[in-house]
Design a protein around this ligand. Structure first.
Ligand code: ZN
Length: 136
């Protein structure tokens, strides 16, 4: 149990689905001047992170069409794929969601692209937005 002061919920990253990272990268790097942050591939997608202060934009390019981001792209085209909130207590937050009747995609947290535990909620429960939680 940590004795540090609570840091609160914040936006960790916004995931953007795109069929070619190279095509959009100059907008974020050259025009907006956002530094690139190395991230691991995840869920069949190449991920490039770009820092906007404490938050990231994550560009998600699927390796194969039969992957979560690949299916999103073929159904809806490029665009905002998910929003990730960093929460103080991931397990406690998931419990609260469960008790509130929200639909979880990940009943048990798994390791995400930044090497931290993550879990996704189903967009049906959150106004059509795919929500990811990550811990500090
Ligand atoms: Zn994410």
């Amino acid at each position: 149990m940590s004795t540090a002061a609570p840091r609160g919920t914040r936006i960790a990253h916004i995931g953007i689905a795109i069929d070619s990272i190279e095509r959009i990268l100059p907008f974020y790097k050259d025009i907006l001047g956002m530094p690139e942050v190395p991230l691991n591939d995840e869920d069949g997608a190449r991920i490039v992170g770009l820092a906007a202060g404490e938050s990231l934009v994550e560009l998600l390019q699927p390796h194969v069409s039969d992957s979560p981001v690949g299916r999103f792209l073929s159904k809806r085209g490029p665009g905002v794929h998910h929003i990730c909130f960093q929460v103080e207590d991931l397990d406690g937050t998931l419990d609260k969601c469960r008790r509130a009747g929200l639909r979880l995609i990940d009943e048990v947290p798994r390791i995400g692209a930044e090497g931290k535990r993550i879990a996704f909620l189903h967009p049906h429960s959150t106004a059509g937005v795919l929500v990811e939680f990550t811990e500090y």
